[in-house]
Design a protein around this ligand. Structure first.
Ligand code: ADP
Ligand code: MG
Length: 321
């Protein structure tokens, strides 16, 4: 017997996330009622995952639930915000118990890990599509923005970008790799770990921040454009995982680190006078980030290797002159 919408929400979503005292009314009323602490600003983000577009058909349901929240968490991390409340708009072709149980387990585990309450949503029938809206807060005036960078700022990235894009290629059978390498890279696509703690700590260090979801070079260029600066990235400084190197080889691994999507890492800028405090208070080897370049006065995004500018296109890159 198909589940009624009411029974489905009760069974899978009522106690899916964290319990929070600032939820006056959650699932069960017409809208959620939430208490925002005095002196805070509300930070809101939403992102949609469509089957066949943002994840392959037949992806593990727990991973879909995890990723639907993770992509939004990453947006809040980039603002230096602390997440608190989520809404879930779920469109399903059919109400299938096993699928829903796994989906809710994946979403719920990540929500509870970050103290996020699931406070409402919408459930409809149609092609599989998951939209999460995530709400959080920052102390008033302290949010990180894309626009705060200046000429001369150091540019950093967290983690090892490119891994998730290789993981997706493996999931889709477009790439082959030894079993342990493949397992690591697939995990990086299926179970991204948004950089919440780093984002919050960067509020007192970074001049600008963006989350890397569509490819490092393009996203860093968006930050630079918002900051009205240019950007120079040192090709040889890009951090690579051993697995990505092994799967692709050095050069292609570096290219994928620049162009691949679904990383959910942070790219951030720091004024030169604030570098000593950053490096002392957030040691890079502990926090997992690395300098990859600088903001510069001349507009545009350049990738440089041994003093030579490289040009990237969808088919790879060519050296200038
Ligand atoms: P309404 O018709 O008033 O919009 P619904 O019957 O759609 O309400 O939903 C009932 C309650 O369940 C609401 O509080 C809504 O926010 C919540 N809800 C519906 N679908 C979901 C879902 N997929 N996840 C979490 N909460 C949901
Ligand atoms: Mg209603």
């Amino acid at each position: 017997m198909p589940l009624s919408e009411f029974a489905l929400i009760e069974r899978y979503f009522r106690s899916c996330g964290a319990q929070r005292p600032d939820v006056v009314a959650g699932i069960g009323d017409d809208a959620a009622l939430l208490t925002l602490a005095p002196g805070s600003e509300l930070v809101a983000a939403t992102d949609t995952l469509v089957e066949g577009v943002h994840f392959p058909h037949g992806s593990p349901p727990a991973s879909i639930g995890h990723r639907a929240l993770a992509v939004n968490l990453s947006d809040l991390a980039a603002m230096g915000a602390r997440p608190a409340w989520a809404l879930l708009a779920l469109t399903l072709p059919r109400a299938e118990d096993a699928w829903l149980a796994e989906f809710a387990a994946g979403l719920g585990a990540l929500a509870r890990a970050h103290d996020v309450a699931l406070v409402g949503g919408d459930t409809t029938r149609g092609p599989l599509c998951v939209t999460v809206q995530l709400l959080g807060h920052v102390p008033r005036g302290s949010a990180l923005r894309r626009s705060g960078g200046r000429d001369g700022d150091a540019v950093f990235v967290s983690g090892t970008p490119g891994d998730a894009a290789a993981g997706l290629a493996l999931e889709q059978g477009r790439l082959q790799a030894p079993a342990d390498t493949a397992a690591y890279l697939r995990e990086r696509f299926l179970w991204p770990k948004p950089r919440m703690a780093l984002g919050e700590r960067l509020r007192s260090h970074a001049s600008a921040c963006i989350d890397v979801s569509d490819g490092l070079l393009g996203d860093a260029a968006k930050l630079a454009a918002a900051s009205r600066t240019g950007l120079q990235i040192d090709f040889d400084a890009l951090p690579l995982s051993a697995a990505l190197r092994q799967a692709l080889g050095e050069g292609p691994a570096r290219e994928l680190a620049l162009s691949g999507g679904d990383d959910y890492e942070l790219c951030f800028c720091v004024h030169p006078e604030k570098l000593p405090a950053l490096l002392a208070e957030l040691p890079p080897q502990h926090w997992g980030y690395q300098r990859i370049g600088s903001l510069c006065a001349a507009p545009g995004a350049l990738v440089v290797r041994d003093g030579t500018v490289m040009e990237f296109s969808h088919s790879g890159y060519q050296h200038f002159g």
